[in-house]
Ligand binder design. Structure first.
Ligand code: SAH
Ligand code: SF4
Length: 367
């Protein structure tokens, strides 16, 4: 099997080059070609000695996961479905905004943590993504977007992806080593050069792994809170039974000692009648008293047979105002890419189903 070079950070590539008898600066050059120029074909790496190019052609590949389809939403949001084994897909979403372009990256096929309102969780766990599959999502997005001029301005962005959020399918901290290596590539100036503040890991609260992340690769942290007390959180985010709120809040405070930002973002999916009442907002204020934080309220995105409903606009407004009046910064996540099932928690990634649905849509449009 040829070695997939997308599986390496620069240290790994340098070590592998050493085995080939090649110098570290050669590894750096190839790393630039792959990640900065987006070149997968060794023949095109023109400043690399021909003998090395030939060696690489025999022993290595630069291979991102295969694209099953790519789709653009009416609001400019894009979604890629990648095939990662028979019948298995993962999804990656790009959200363009005026001042940034955010890529939402997946870390696992399915998820073992079974949050009750999450369609990925309902799917169960299949496997961890490799480093190449995680980095490959950014590689494909960055280089395919770079090739396209902006639809309104006609400009070509040098780095269309300015931010990465590990908020796609899966629990990133449950695939710790591969995620940390992939984050290293995202941050590396020899590759994507993203700042730590612009790379966010979202976790449902794996406390020991949060401490390890602080040590190994402190990036911005979002914590999926979703409930203000253990009784409710035990039900909707089952990992809470293992790491209850008191421990989670302590882990957040410890994380902030190393974090590149001086606050934690708490994500809170609003489920009508379940966790969206004024008393829940008031309990949240008590709970997070000692944790510098912001809140990101996410109206529940429905999927078939979820058993939950979107919150009413009025409930959302009251909830937000209680937090704001207590001095919190609160954002409400706009739903983007709804027409292509790219919104939070709608990433299901069954290749057959999804492509079937898109085919239907294309047929409709053509008719
Ligand atoms: N496993 C990680 C990251 C992936 S989920 C985590 O749980 O944090 C990214 C965010 O989308 C999480 O806050 C998650 O709770 C939220 N989410 C999941 N299902 C959703 C749904 N149906 N509607 C809205 N948000 C959802
Ligand atoms: Fe997994 Fe996150 Fe979904 Fe929970 S919300 S099941 S942790 S992907």
């Amino acid at each position: 099997m040829p070695q997939n070079l997308l599986d390496f950070d620069l240290a790994g590539l340098t070590a592998w080059f050493a085995e080939l008898g090649e110098k570290p600066f050669r590894a750096r050059q190839v790393f630039h070609w792959i990640h900065q120029a987006g070149v997968a074909d060794f023949a095109q790496m023109t400043d690399i000695a021909k003998s090395l190019r030939e060696k690489l052609q025999q022993q290595a590949v630069v291979q991102a996961p295969a694209i099953n389809f790519a789709h653009v939403s009416a609001d400019g949001t894009r979604k890629w479905l990648f095939e990662v084994g028979v019948g298995n897909g993962i999804e990656t979403v790009f959200i363009p905004e005026d001042d940034r372009g955010t890529l939402c990256v997946s870390s696992q096929v399915g998820c073992a943590l079974e949050c009750t309102f999450c369609s990925t969780g309902r799917q169960g766990f299949n496997r961890n993504l490799t480093v190449a599959e995680i980095v490959g999502q950014l590689w494909v997005a960055q280089h395919s977007l770079k090739a396209e001029p902006n639809r309104t301005t006609g400009e070509i962005a040098e780095r269309p992806v300015s931010n990465v959020v590990m908020m796609g399918m899966g629990e990133p901290l449950a695939n710790f080593e591969n995620v940390v290596t992939a984050l290293g590539v995202m941050l590396d100036d020899h590759a994507y050069g993203l700042s730590r503040r612009r790379v966010t890991v979202s976790t449902s609260g794996l406390v020991p792994a949060m401490d390890r992340l602080a040590e190994r690769c402190p990036v911005a942290l979002a914590v999926s809170l979703h409930a203000p007390n253990d009784a409710l959180r035990d039900q909707i985010v089952p990992i809470n039974r293992k790491y209850p709120l008191r421990e989670l809040m302590a882990a957040c405070r410890r994380y902030l000692v190393h974090a590149p930002r001086d606050f934690i973002t708490f994500e809170y999916v609003m489920l009508a009648g379940v966790n969206d009442q004024p008393e829940h907002a008031r309990q949240l204020i008590e709970l997070t008293r000692d944790v510098p934080c912001k809140f990101n309220l996410i109206p529940f995105n429905p999927f078939p047979d979820s058993g939950y409903e979107k919150p009413r606009a009025e409930a959302l407004r009251v909830f937000r105002e209680i937090l704001q009046d207590a001095g919190y910064v609160v954002t409400t996540r706009k739903t983007r890419g709804d027409d292509i099932d790219a919104a939070c928690g709608q990433l299901a990634g069954r290749v057959a189903d999804k492509s079937g649905r898109v085919m239907k849509r294309i047929h409709k449009e053509a008719a």
